[in-house]
Design a protein around this ligand. Sequence first.
Ligand SMILES: [Mn+2]
Length: 280
Amino acid sequence: MQVFKHGDPPVWVEIKNRKGITVAVLNDLHIPFHDERALNLACEILRDVQPNLIVLNGDIVDFFAISKFDKDPRRRLELAKEIKQSRETLKKLFEKFTTVWIYIEGNHENRLRKYIWNRATELIGLEELELENLLKLKEHGVLYLRQLDTPQPIDQFATPQVKVGLLYIAHGDTFRLNANSVGVARCLFLRTFKNLLIGHWHRADKWEQMDYEGRLHGCWVVPCLCYQRPNWDTGRIWGQGMALIEVSASGFFRVDVVSFIKENGNLLAFVGGKEYRTRR
Ligand SMILES: [Mn+2]
């Protein structure tokens, strides 16, 4: 498996492989609002699957303390605690699975940059405050892909993504679908006409079709690994889970969006003919 980086800092990477590979995608942990049980279930699955690449596909940390939304002002003082907890949670993950890790920035990671731009201009350019340094990603050999603030030519990208075979992986916030979209996967395909896997929507969704020549096209949406009841919208229907992707040497692929099902207070998932369960 070879990883080709594009841009400096790298904005997107292309994975080329001589043999088939398995890729796992984890999305939207929103640490400190991650669900430990869901994350543990994901780890049990990863232990069996042993992916060649794990993509942390954005909104892994929440940065609640510096969001622009209303909150108890005391929460603004908890940034240091949130970052520490994120660093510790991720460290455990990285140490559990020695494989290739790529971290794609989401809109929540971007909150830090926006905060510094708008509220702490004097701190711009301090490398120590870059997220990959705050989370010590380089120490763990994790490649961090970040957003650029200027438009790029058509053959490059201003938003972070990974291309594995014929499939693009991106966080998903920058595709600008209507916030009330129901068929997210299909809407996304009709916007991009590309094979694309995103998170950001905190739900499982897929839309795939064969074309006239027998090639698969589609879009897939990865569920979240955070708590599913925000206080700002009781009508949210969020799902937990992850995605597993098998990619052949020719670039063709199969996506398995794995939903974590609530069963008598436990979480249940089916992968490769096996049942996975959290224990109470
Ligand atoms: Mn998001």
